[in-house]
Design a protein around this ligand. Structure first.
Ligand SMILES: Cc1cc2nc3c(=O)[nH]c(=O)nc-3n(C[C@H](O)[C@H](O)[C@H](O)COP(=O)(O)OP(=O)(O)OC[C@H]3O[C@@H](n4cnc5c(N)ncnc54)[C@H](O)[C@@H]3O)c2cc1C
Ligand SMILES: Cc1cc2nc3c(=O)[nH]c(=O)nc-3n(C[C@H](O)[C@H](O)[C@H](O)COP(=O)(O)O)c2cc1C
Length: 779
């Protein structure tokens, strides 16, 4: 097989080594524009897990690499005049130049031809190659030459960073956070060779400009940073090597291959340096691509001529194309997952200013778990002592905040600490998210609702939310929706509330809503937001006359002032009924494209009166409803509001708008924001994933100083502990997890060895040892 690798970085060289090792008859050529000893940057980092894969792929490279490793287990966080150390992280660093030398030598020993000072500008000369590898880094020429085929996108991030070195040896991976008159500076530093360390300085664009770094030369940059970090550097100088300020580009490609051409490493995808994964991803790509090519060989070589390296059977080009497709199918999900983790991590560093008033223990915890992949449980395995400090800190704060005594021996996992909202104390942080059941009769709930909410309350959740409960018959999504608009609804709900209060420790909340332009639709399982047949439907209203589905939904009537007055009165009546029924917390639904949300989002509000235009105007009616309910809901009882933090659609709500919404809500006496997202328009493009909405809750909580509830793919108790301990939210709402397992919280307690008292009727369980294995941890 004739292989041409464009680029002799870690990706190109390692792939060349692996292919040549697999079969010395492969003709492998690497073209590198630099000289062998030219390099930018200083060190690279490997985790223990990565290096194990390198070992099994090629032991000699592994040994040569590990000979040069500087190992460390600790992460030191210098913040607020304190150093917090966490251990057990298992990383190793080495010089990038040494890594390249090791790979170059191994490639030469195996017979790979490497031509240095050979810049590739077009691919015409490689027409006879069976495989062309674009391993030419973040500014890939191969990718640019075939831009239409690969479909790259570039997300240039706002922070600025400069990669320098220093002779100071760091005993641990070290983060510094230092503020001066220009802003906050972050440093990521680690040793990669004796007496040689990487020292990356990062800051926001504002800080960078304000410090005059925009026009600074390399010398001026180094001088500024040396003066800034004079104490930290302890007399060591900063070393420059093309140390210019950059902004990180996250590269993604719609496709990684085209015919016999394939991108690997930074050419195909990048991940922010704060997850230390660029070199690792490049080398893992090389292994996966090698495996896909070899698999193609094994399974398709019929008949195989001994000693021949010609692939018989299907044509070589087809075979290569199939292998490249298999490579992408296997590798893309792993890369995208890592890119999502890297995205969360880089966003943390873009917003570090937000966390600067945290206690050092919580600051370190949020830093260590910033990618949303490392959980409280992972840290507990790595560093039980640090995690115990975190748990003690959380327990102490919870006791202070709730006024309820929290045990200190044993310490509760963070999810089992109480949380207070006005006079309501929620006994733990797990909440059953509101879920429509679509089986009420003219708004009246029944036996199903008693068992639905009752079993989940007995199942250990700290609070259960009753489903979206509509304030009038016209406000209902479907004919099966629950209501609080008739006196008989009070008794029906009271039965549910009394069950929850009588047989569990759980609190119970109600979510008042009006479906707006999504009213008069079918039950979810009959077609989501599908309109009812005309003769069964009723007239619907919204902020503006925009139907949900342009081709088949009813066009809502634009609300008049009289309509608004009626809706306010309906909410007030429902609030009074909710109080009579005994609910502990009242939530107003301002999310998911329903009536109040339709005022808030610019995508659904085209009004030209005082309710349209700027956000303040769009919030006017939702706040009027909130104020009217707050006025009749007792001062000692809390109120929350569910919002859609983003619309996932161009021109719609953005996270920064949600912060403003929360600010307005807080000013009107809202106690907690329940932070959901989307469902505003049918053409939304959500970015789903684990904890995909949690960063919005985190941002609101820190920027507005209001309690938040995180919801959306919070699926493991590890996630709940992590969210609470990091202060990303105060309560975690889980919906589908609770449909799957009404005893979700009890099972989480059992798995953590936490004794959650059983109701007396079930107390025999305390003498029962389950013999089944059931894993609902994290990934
Ligand atoms: C500040 C910073 C810190 C980082 N820290 C780490 C870290 O700690 N750990 C880690 O794993 N990764 C780190 N990385 C990322 C890492 O450097 C890259 O992800 C990794 O080197 C990717 O390997 P690659 O082979 O795909 O690309 P590269 O290493 O960029 O190699 C591409 C090669 O192609 C050559 N080339 C480019 N164009 C042509 C052409 N037209 N013709 C011929 N040759 C060409 C280049 O000269 C280069 O040698 C960091 C990156 C930055 C910016
Ligand atoms: C069956 C079902 C019904 C739902 N009904 C409501 C509702 O009444 N009000 C609401 O705000 N969200 C509702 N949701 C959304 C959930 O409360 C929650 O935000 C969403 O499912 C994401 O959480 P999860 O990933 O834990 O399932 C519903 C979700 C499901 C699955």
């Amino acid at each position: 097989m004739k292989i041409v690798c464009v680029g002799g970085g870690p990706a190109g060289l390692y792939f060349a080594i692996l292919m040549k090792r697999a079969d010395p008859a492969h003709d492998v050529l690497v073209l590198e524009r630099n000289r062998p000893d030219d390099t930018f940057g200083f060190g690279v980092v490997f985790s223990d897990a990565t290096i194990a894969q390198v070992e099994s792929a090629d032991e000699e490279t592994y040994r040569a690499i590990t000979d040069h490793f500087v190992h460390w287990d600790d992460i030191d966080v210098h913040y607020g005049g304190q150093v917090t150390r966490s251990t057990g992280h298992g990383f190793a660093g080495m010089s990038r130049q040494t890594l390249l030398t090791v790979l170059q030598e191994r490639a030469a020993a195996l017979g790979v031809t490497v031509r240095y000072e050979n810049e590739v500008t077009d691919l015409g000369a490689f027409a006879d190659a069976d495989l062309i590898l674009g391993a030419d880094g973040v500014n890939s020429t191969v990718r640019a030459l075939l831009e239409d085929d690969f479909g790259p996108t570039f997300d240039r991030r706002p922070n600025r960073f400069v990669w320098m070195g220093t002779t100071k040896p760091f005993p641990a991976f070290t983060f510094y956070f230092r503020e001066n008159e220009h802003g906050l500076w972050r440093v990521h530093a680690y040793q990669y060779a004796p007496g040689a360390s990487t020292f990356i300085v990062e800051c926001t664009e504002d800080t960078w400009r304000s410090a005059g770094m925009e026009d600074a030369t390399e010398e001026e940059t180094a001088a500024y940073c040396e003066a800034l970090f004079i104490e930290e550097l302890e007399g060591h100088a900063l070393v420059r090597n093309r140390s210019v300020w950059r902004s990180f580009p996250t590269v993604r490609c719609a496709r990684w291959s085209a015919g016999n051409m394939v991108l690997i490493g930074d050419a195909a995808h990048t991940a922010h340096f704060s997850v230390g994964s660029g070199t690792r991803m490049a080398m893992m790509d090389a292994i996966a691509l090698r495996d896909a090519l070899l698999r193609g060989w094994d399974t398709r070589s019929t008949p195989h001529r001994k000693g021949s390296h010609e692939a018989p059977g299907a044509a070589m080009a087809d075979r290569v194309a199939l292998a490249l497709a298999a490579y992408e199918a296997e590798r893309r999900p792993q890369v995208e997952s890592l890119q999502r983790a890297a995205q969360a991590s880089l966003e943390w560093f873009e917003a570090t200013e937000r966390y600067m008033d945290l206690d050092s223990v919580q600051f370190t915890f949020t830093l260590l778990t910033r990618s949303l992949r490392i959980t409280h449980a992972d840290l507990k395995v790595r560093d039980p002592a640090f995690t115990a400090r975190v748990d003690a800190w959380v327990a102490e704060r919870a006791q202070e905040q709730s006024g309820v005594s929290v045990p200190c021996d044993p310490l509760p996992p963070p999810m089992f600490t109480p949380f207070r909202l006005r006079d309501l104390v929620v006994p733990n942080r797990v909440v059953v998210s509101p879920m429509c059941q679509y089986c009420a009769v003219d708004g009246t709930v029944g036996d199903w609702h008693v068992q639905h909410l009752g079993s989940r309350a007995v199942g250990g959740a700290g609070m259960v939310y009753a489903e979206m409960t509509d304030v009038s018959p016209e406000a209902r999504i479907s004919v099966g929706c629950a209501g609080l608009y008739k006196p008989e609804h009070v008794g029906a709900w009271k039965r549910v509330v009394d069950f929850v209060h009588g047989f569990s420790e759980a609190k119970i909340a109600v979510q008042l809503g009006h479906a707006g332009r999504k009213a008069a639709t079918r039950r979810m399982w009959e077609g989501d937001v599908e309109p009812l047949p005309e003769k069964e439907a009723w007239e619907i209203v919204s902020a503006s006359p925009i139907p949900w589905f342009a081709d088949r939904s009813q066009t809502p009537r634009e609300m008049s002032r009289a309509d608004m007055d009626a809706v306010v009165a309906d909410h007030v009546r429902a609030t009074e009924y909710a109080l009579e029924a005994g609910f502990d917390l009242l939530e107003i639904h301002m999310a998911h494209g329903y009536l109040l949300a339709s005022f808030i989002s610019p995508l659904t509000n085209e009004r030209t009166d005082e309710h349209g235009g700027c956000l303040e105007n769009r919030m006017r009616f939702p706040l009027e409803v909130f104020d009217a309910c707050r006025a009749v809901w007792p001062a000692e009882k809390p109120m929350s509001v569910r919002v859609s933090a983003v619309d996932w659609a161009p021109g719609g709500m953005r996270p920064e708008d949600a912060v403003e919404v929360a600010r307005l809500l807080a000013a009107h006496g809202c106690d907690a924001v329940d932070v959901s997202a989307g469902q505003t328009v049918p053409f939304q493009k959500p970015v789903y994933g684990r904890l995909f909405q949690t960063p919005f809750a985190d941002r609101i909580r820190h920027e507005v100083d209001i309690a938040t509830m995180a919801v959306g793919n919070v699926s493991s108790w590890m996630d709940v502990n992590t969210i609470i301990a990091a202060g990303r939210a105060d309560l975690c709402l889980l919906a589908r997890a609770h449909l799957f397992d009404p005893y979700w919280t009890r099972h989480a307690a059992a798995m953590q060895g936490w004794a959650l008292p059983w109701p007396p009727q079930y107390r025999s369980v305390e003498r029962y040892t389950p013999r089944f294995e059931f894993h609902f941890g994290g990934e």
